[in-house]
Ligand binder design. Sequence first.
Ligand code: PLP
Length: 392
Amino acid sequence: MKYDFNRIIDRRNTRSYKWDQSEKLFGDKDILPLWVADMDFESPPAVKEAILRRVQEGIYGYSVTSDSYKSAIAGWYRRRHDWEIQKEWITDSPGIVTSLSLSVELFSNPGDQVILQSPVYYPFYDVIRMNDRKVASNPLKLEDGHYVMDYDQLEELMSGGAKLMLLCNPHNPGGRVWGREELLRLGELCLRYGVTVISDEIHCDLAMPGHKHIPFASLSEELSDITLTTLAATKTFNLPGLQTSYIVASNPELRRKFEYKLKTLSLHMSAFFAPEAVEAAYNEGGEWLDQLIQHISSNAEYAIGYLAEHLPQVKPMKPEATYLLWMDCRELGLDPEGLKKLMYREAKVAFNEGSVFGTEGQGHLRINLACPRSILAEALERFAQAAAPYVN
Ligand SMILES: Cc1ncc(COP(=O)(O)O)c(C=O)c1O
């Protein structure tokens, strides 16, 4: 492998949200953090070089987006996802959660029901509730150890008046890569009931070998017309601190409303460093990403194998995408507080506690696999040892 994803990089004292908050959040500075979704790897070398070139300019003035930046985005989706997007469909936004929140505000009214599929990335709840909308939950069903959509209940929500849906594609947590038939069936319902879809596809580039992400809006012109897709290079190439993302919408009306809102909030100015980083990542980061995926997939295999051998009561869900491993820990018989005590006080590890992803997440934990193997191995060992008294 050209890139070494097993090299330990000390991230302490770098103002890292993940590494410098163990004491504040979990009560002990020696807790190993495998929670928030950023990776313990350097971004592709081309990204660092592009940022360094920009640093050397010395004047950090107001800037505009370049045509080459949008070409790099469009080229990436054409090559990696067989999705043709026009450059004018792309609009920058400071972050995906920002885009989700603005979309809820723009495409629904106070008091409206907004659909999500639980368990799901916790800010989905916040952007609905904090905008005074109601969460219309369409819980995922467990079938053969992985999540599937409950179309009957979904249709009830839609026929009952919910007109906006936040789709997580691929899904976090659980790592489902929604298949073509699954998305088409969802799309049919959305078209029938006039539902607008905000499709969060931030994990799209992290499909594991043997799985292929399908952009919801790529399925047909009709579906593209009712969809605003939120995307970023930040998860793929470990750039979340650059705070950059974009939306893709072929429907000019959706785009116009979104752009107007960005302007209203003065969030429309281009970031200084981010476009160069993103352009370099998309143009030159393909090989790095392919190797990253190999590393993540082998970390997932390792974790699943380790748990099967040392803690079989905990059942991980093999991710089809994302670097996040969702584990069913219900056999440990612990409530959310009990799981936190087990992680933070007994095992000295921090995974994500599952109830924040929704009621259906209770009794689950989510491990961030985007770290060197030795860190993952240490965390699993600590966890399995601490969990032993709960299973004997
Ligand atoms: C599904 C999903 N959406 C959005 C985000 C965060 O995006 P941003 O940092 O651009 O707000 C994450 C981060 O983990 C995520 O998993």
